[in-house]
Design a protein around this ligand. Sequence first.
Ligand code: SF4
Length: 371
Amino acid sequence: MIKKKPAKKSGKIPPNELSGGRFFTGRLIKWHHSGNNRQMPWKGEKDPYKIWLSEIILQQTRVAQGMEYYLRIVKAYPTVEQLAAAPDAAVFKLWEGLGYYSRCRNLLATARMVCKTYQGKFPATYQQLIELPGIGPYTAAAIASFAFQLPYAVVDGNVFRVLARYFGNHTPTDSTAGKKYFTDLANQLLYQTAPGNYNQAIMDFGATICKPQQPNCAQCFLKTKCVARLNGWVHQLPVKEKSIQRSVRHFTYWAFDYQGKRAVRERTSGDIWQHLSEYYLMETDKLIEWDKQLVSEWLIGQGIRTFQLEAISPLYKQSLTHQQIKGNFITIRLITIPTFLQHYQWISINRLKNRAFPRFINQWMETTEMP
Ligand code: SF4
């Protein structure tokens, strides 16, 4: 049964969360030693240089992509001194393709600062680490706990998600109150005896079990006390204040056929679906509820007097990151080619499958019997 959501919470961490927290931390550490088999080349690493390098790479890169770069840089520069002495251009070449090049600039700046100010040894305090270029609270906590066993919890979107779900907390994780609340909670939950293991465990748990889209609740070792699971809130949490606002665009695609061929053009730059193919597109402020009468009126308005209306599709939708596309497809058989379609390419209908169309069009084509 879905229970009513409690009021948002913020501020002090209530005692019941801390008692549930003992179970949380204990089970997480147990799983880390007996069931956590996530493999990464830097896992268990104690060398602060390699930990730092892996964390900088992972700041804006997925593990699978970052792994190759990590191995490549460690091979070329096994120590921070070697990296610090490398020419900028050589390091940028190794970084090529990874993007967010400010990370690479900071990598060089930090390596040189570690050599100059700390004689080639990474500083062993959180405060000194966080002052190095490109090192924020998450990276400083990771290095401090993995390399020096200092009690700093890593806190990022993964950790927020896990905590919001397990404790059933609806405070927006991107609000000031939420950030403070979850950061305090994460530090309260930290396993002081082995903070590095705890941090690794919660990161791996968020990446492999309590995943954003399809958490594996059935196999989860926390499921008996997970408030989100017990209340049916798993997919409502974490709450975000600034959820992405999607603008809605309304498309009508006209599939104009003429003697077994269809009018197709390539989308130009400056909008979604660059360089993919499309049919004649009409974009409107509002959704148009097309019927036979309206289609005829519109075509006549375009100078098309003789035609055959083959079909008006149901409404199709597609959600992109910042936009939602809604629209219909109207198939028209032409007797002559009107002026406004003369610059289109006319492609045999049975060869359309060789062209690259956006998914929005493909999903309609897949359900349509081509004439
Ligand atoms: S039961 Fe599901 S939502 Fe709860 S902690 Fe486990 S994976 Fe996450």
